[in-house]
Design a protein around this ligand. Structure first.
Ligand code: DAH
Length: 341
């Protein structure tokens, strides 16, 4: 079939031409418009057509030529725009400030805790969140049938009853003792898990910072002094502490520490349930049985330990009323900590 009978199809074809690069575009130009291209060939065939069809076909060929030129010019324009966009940044544009993210409130407080204890000579230590029963309970002096195991609602890995999600960072105490002899002076920040129903006041995971100091002649007085200093650095110079006798399997004697409520200044408010005091940590002298279980000579060394909840301290500092806010990633909440960075 002669080209000339095909003009309507060719017109369709040129109107929908595409080119992904200048080379492809040049190939199209050659195919349709160059001296030996399809359109000049059509012009040659045009010479042979009978006089009565000349008018009709002449118009059609002209239209086709214009359409091909227009389409190729449009594609050229399009390609050069794309090139400008990718290759030539506008150097005269003003440098808009890029908004920085905010630090998570728990990270801010954790860093502050670490900073205070670092100044007292404590090093950082960590251990796994997926732990074995020995490091979480056994080495911490929880007897197999010890009722204290019930204090913590543990997540177990079904296929491996010995493997659990750690319920406290006290497991890191054992991890440190098994690889290092005293003097030991570490703090261990980390995430812990408990099988609790999620509410404003409880969550299935939260964060703790554990402290451990073991050396010759470490006494309860040392513990009390360090905790007082910590409380005053964290909550202000006027903060008071009080220690109440308590029980933990891994410390003897054990205590819980309250600080004077920094929200009402000790006068009594809803946060401290009108008592003027809020509990922030557990502590005590490391039980000699724990030292022995972890390969440390309890006739030579003594030590103290403490463990605090990062959420609790953050609540006190920033008065966050609902624990769930810490893990929901609501930007409106997170952006409130912009200035605390
Ligand atoms: N492990 C305890 C808890 O999760 C906190 C704690 C209490 C840690 C006393 C200690 C300690 O190191 O001495 O509730």
């Amino acid at each position: 079939m002669a080209l000339i009978d095909n003009i309507p199809a060719l017109l369709e074809e040129v109107r929908s031409l595409q080119a992904a690069s200048p080379t492809e575009l040049e190939e199209l130009r050659i195919k349709y418009l160059s001296k030996k291209g399809l359109i000049p060939q059509l012009m040659n065939e045009f010479r042979e057509v009978s006089a009565d069809r000349k008018r009709e076909l002449g118009v059609a060929i002209n239209n086709l030529k214009t359409a091909a030129q227009d389409r190729i010019n449009a594609l050229r324009e399009q390609l050069s725009e794309q090139q400008n966009a990718t290759e030539k940044p506008d150097l005269t544009r003003t440098a808009y400030p890029t908004p920085l993210g905010t630090r998570h409130p728990l990270s801010i407080v954790r860093e502050e805790i670490i900073d205070i204890f670092s100044r007292l000579g404590f090093c950082l230590a960590d251990g796994p969140e997926i732990e074995d029963d020995w490091h979480v309970f056994g080495s911490m002096n929880f007897a197999d049938d010890h009722p204290a195991r019930d204090m913590q609602d543990t997540f177990f890995i079904e296929a491996h009853p010995d493997i659990i999600l750690r319920t406290h960072t006290s497991s890191v105490q054992s991890r440190v003792m098994e690889r290092q002899q005293p003097p030991i002076r570490v703090i261990c920040p980390g995430r812990v898990y408990r099988n609790e129903t999620i509410s404003a006041r409880a969550h299935c995971f939260f964060h703790q910072v554990e402290g451990l100091y073991i050396d010759e002649k470490v006494s309860f007085t040392d513990l009390k002094q360090v905790l007082l200093l910590f409380a005053q650095e964290m909550f202000g110079k006027d903060t008071k502490i009080r220690l109440r006798p308590s029980y933990f399997p891994f410390t003897e004697p054990s205590a819980e520490m309250d600080i004077s409520c920094n929200i009402c200044g000790g006068k009594g408010c809803s946060f401290c349930k009108q008592t003027g005091w809020v509990e922030i940590l557990g502590c005590g002298m490391v039980d000699p049985a724990v030292l022995e279980a972890n390969g440390i000579d309890s006739t030579r060394y003594t030590g103290y330990a403490f463990g605090m909840g990062v959420e609790r301290i953050t609540n006190l500092k920033y008065q966050v009323k609902d624990l769930r806010l810490f893990s929901e990633n609501d930007k409106r909440f997170l952006e409130e900590f912009q200035s605390a960075n």
